[in-house]
Write a protein that binds this ligand. Sequence first.
Ligand SMILES: [Zn+2]
Length: 342
Amino acid sequence: MASDLVRALKTKAKSLSLSSRKITYLTKDYAKLTWITTLKLNNNYLSDLPYELQCLEQLTELNLGNNVFDEVPSVLAHLCHLKKLYLYGNKIKHLQPQILEGLPNLVLLNLNHNRIKVIPPEIHRLGRLESMSITDNHLEQIPAELGLIKSLTEVNFTNNKLTRIPQQLYSLSQLRKLYLARNNLTELPEGILSWRNLKTLDVAGNHLSVFPVGFQFLTLEELFCEGNNLVSFKPMESIQEKEILSLKELSARMILRDSTNKFSMLSRALPFYPELQDLLSHWGQCAVCSMPFLTTWLECVQFINLKHMGMKSSEFIPVRVLLCSYDCFNRNDHRYYGLVQM
Ligand SMILES: [Zn+2]
């Protein structure tokens, strides 16, 4: 029996570290340490764990970083008390849904430096997860179900292949830190103000051109956005066209305007037409005249000084603004610049 094990059996220590011991294989005798809460096996040559380790029912922290696992060891599905799991620096390609389902108490998950392409939708079974880090993998997308893990406060997807993030991520209202640097994002979806607790946002090294509507009202402490294709601070030609709105848009605007008046006939009739209500629920508001619009708008940009957002830098960033018409755009009492022609 290994001397570490003999000592651990004798002292009944709660924590056992076998880091950097060139271990290629862990014997099932370690399953006798049923009282341990922390087991560190990082920096070895392990590719599997004995099934008997499921007897470690007190285990709350397991470090398997920097080994040679090519999948998440299946015994983990039975270590349901785990709170912290480190699997960084392995060769893992898949996250098996049945293992995620067996870890309802996980608070921290670190899968940095692996080969993961897909996060399965069952990820939401990690219902207590607060910190998730999957940097330096091959992720192409994030499942919408991630938005169901309301406990998440810190998420790190740096250096992957993400082209977009799902709108559902905005349901993570506890999120404080989000790292999305070095991906292929072209835009952030609208609705960003739901991240009312966000303090750090890292989107450096993507393909963003503009930040979503209302971005300047976030209470960020840190923003990293270098290495994007951000629209630069120079006034663009104003476009003096007059647009012709569709009948649908015209009537939608009329109903939207009217429905703010509770006593109008239209707003009293609206509840009887749920499909229409649903259609109208995606409306926007003109930044100049505050009037509503539905599907036709003018996309503009305003430049916000980061200093005015409470940050140290006095850099300007472009933030999207939507206007209802060229009439509003051509007024000279605003500082919005045209971005795309209608
Ligand atoms: Zn307007």
